[in-house]
Write a protein of this length. Structure first.
Length: 147
């Protein structure tokens, strides 16, 4: 992940890769399953103006999803296999595949959400399938709705 994320300004702190700007903290966080040798690639965005958290971590994210959920349906099985360490995939193929998914789907997903104005516009039009905002974000963006 380092070779892919560092050029985009991501830095690693513990298990989370994050990129900070004045508008948002974009995050990738691998999470190991408690029940198997599978991993999940969590994706999240934290907006500093919404909640007063000095050093946001993944659980503070206002929007969350997983890489394996944002790839196209016909790619999900392959993505999940790459994240399953018990699957019969070479390390080289696993790294290459996950890097491809991060570049083609993970980073573009986050770039759609890197500014509050983009998120408000996106959520105003409809409820996008892959964007799951926390209530605090909705209250901040749409105070007139009395959520």
């Amino acid at each position: 992940m380092s070779s892919i994320l560092k050029p985009y300004g991501f830095e690693k702190l513990k298990s989370t890769w994050s990129s900070r700007s004045s508008d948002a903290v974009l995050m990738f966080e691998p999470q190991k399953s408690n029940y198997s040798n599978e991993y999940y690639m969590n994706i999240g965005v934290f907006y500093p103006g919404v909640d007063d958290v000095e050093h946001p971590i993944f659980r503070n994210a206002h929007i969350v999803n997983r890489l394996e959920e944002i790839v196209p349906l016909d790619e999900r099985s392959r993505c999940k296999s790459l994240l399953d360490l018990d699957s019969d995939i070479t390390l080289e193929a696993r790294v290459e595949g996950l890097n491809r998914y991060l570049i083609e789907f993970g980073l573009p997903f986050l770039s759609k959400l890197d500014r509050l104005a983009k998120v408000k516009s996106l959520l105003s039009q409809s409820t996008p399938e892959q964007v799951f905002p926390k209530m605090s974000l909705l209250r901040y963006l749409f105070p007139e709705r009395n959520l």
